[in-house]
Design a protein around this ligand. Sequence first.
Ligand code: ATP
Length: 298
Amino acid sequence: MSIYAQNLCYTFPTNKIGLFDVNLDIKPRSRVLLVGPNGAGKSTLLRVLAGQKLIKQGKLLLNGTDPFELASASSCGVITYLGTEWASNQITKRDIPVTVLIDSVGGTLFKERRDQLINMLDIDITWRMNQCSDGERRRVQLCMGLLKPWDLLLLDEVTVDLDVLVRARLLAFLQQETESRNATIVYATHIFDGLGEWPTEIVHFRGGCIVAQHSMDFVSYGDQEENVKETKSTVEIAKSKSFYPLALHWLSQDLDLRGERTEDKTRPKYEDLSRLKNDQFYDDKNRVTSYFQTTRHV
Ligand SMILES: Nc1ncnc2c1ncn2[C@@H]1O[C@H](COP(=O)(O)OP(=O)(O)OP(=O)(O)O)[C@@H](O)[C@H]1O
């Protein structure tokens, strides 16, 4: 999925400018990191790319076609947008088994991918959603959101609750997805741990505008402990002190001690759990459906 934006502008109904003169030329297999202060316009750009906000000024092409033209929208490919609305959807807080939720978004259709995601995200399939911790709930949400193979993934800070080990596994999975399936990711975040070599492009947003954009080919890490040297085309980043490697080391030890869930022979089979249908999980208020609507647009 390629992204081409020329002089893209977006103005909110209140007349506040959300995006101004945004230009992007992103090739397939890219991993784009959006960096900027609160209120810079990162979410606004992601919503425009997801088709949730209509642009009236400028040009946007996804895979070479205009996503806002109904006739061509389907040729854009599958776009998955995991943002704030999706993360806060109440359905994932109800007393509902993990397997029921995962099946509701295609768990039986994408079996291999489902099991891969369950293992990667270290999900216990016997969890019930109302008894999950925030991070456990977020893992199930990510499993649901990433299940259908996407061509463009738009992530709006959805990793805050994850522990460093699961986050590292998720980032590795996403990198592999872009490389093996020609997919593209645009990721807005304020957490930069573990992202040192993950993106292919970094974009600096400020006040709805792009103020700097660098390909990682022109980013290097120096030996100094302070400062950043930035020119128009290159960036040299100082060595930084961080607890990240230590936290990753400790959490890896914790996992070694516990073992992967797949190694647990007493673990029930997904299919057996998924067969246990129960009327109380009937989607009476269409909450699963509405959850999915905030997740993706095709
Ligand atoms: N519906 C709206 N109407 C008017 N202004 C809005 C609306 N939604 C967002 N804004 C404003 O647009 C600007 C950009 O918001 P946006 O959510 O894109 O920022 P962001 O870079 O994602 O910030 P954060 O890092 O806090 O998530 C902010 O100043 C915000 O107040």
